[in-house]
Design a protein. Structure first.
Length: 204
């Protein structure tokens, strides 16, 4: 991995990220994208659900062998190949994709959700359960004096989620959508919960 070259590419691509809402006014389908690790392989899992019921419509997986090593700030280059291959197998693309990873909550404002959204040209939201950087003030995530996401508590007595715009979506729209994807007793948005659950079954 030529990190200097990848950093240049990230900075170039970050300038193309759209932070205005371009989701359909009436969202009917929503996707979840997550990776499962096993040794040096990564299983990319994509699920498509009805919205807001989260009834499963379709799921695709792709096993990427000999994945790139982990490098902080460059996770997209490790996980994205598996996710994109799985995504390309879908018969029905979702209106919006939730990604287990960060959006613009990233040192160069282009985490996995942003990078993926740019490549598939779809609205994406990054969702994680641990804050990797930045600070939280009044449920707003601040990084380098910029608002890059929101903190959302989705279940009593559980740590919050950290959601950031990936591509073609606004913070306000995220605040409207994410609560509608939470199905008790799960902490994660249901499309991500289901993607991880079904992906783990593939490995069992």
């Amino acid at each position: 991995m030529d990190l200097i070259e990848l950093k240049r590419e990230q900075l170039r691509l970050a300038s193309k990220i759209i932070l205005e809402d371009e989701t359909p006014e009436q969202i009917t389908t929503i996707g979840g994208a997550a990776c499962i690790y096993q040794a040096n392989a990564i299983l990319g899992c994509i699920i498509v659900c009805e919205f807001p019921s989260c009834k499963v419509l379709e799921m695709k997986t792709y096993l990427l062998r000999d994945a790139l090593p982990h490098r902080s700030g460059y996770e997209a280059y490790r996980e994205m190949p598996a996710l994109l291959e799985a995504y390309n197998l879908l018969e029905q693309e979702p209106d919006l994709l939730l990604v287990k990873g960060t959006g613009i909550l990233h040192p160069r404002n282009i985490g996995l959700a942003s990078h993926s959204g740019l490549l598939i040209n779809k609205p994406t939201i990054g969702v994680i359960d641990k804050l990797p950087l930045g600070i939280v003030e009044n449920n707003i995530i601040i990084l380098n004096n910029e608002t890059v996401g929101i903190e959302l508590k989705t279940r009593d007595f559980a740590n919050p989620l950290y959601c950031s715009p990936g591509h073609k979506i606004s913070l306000q729209r995220i605040q409207e959508i994410i609560p509608k994807t939470i199905h008790y007793p799960h902490k994660l948005p249901e499309p991500l919960h289901l993607a991880l659950k079904m992906g783990k079954k593939k490995y069992d």
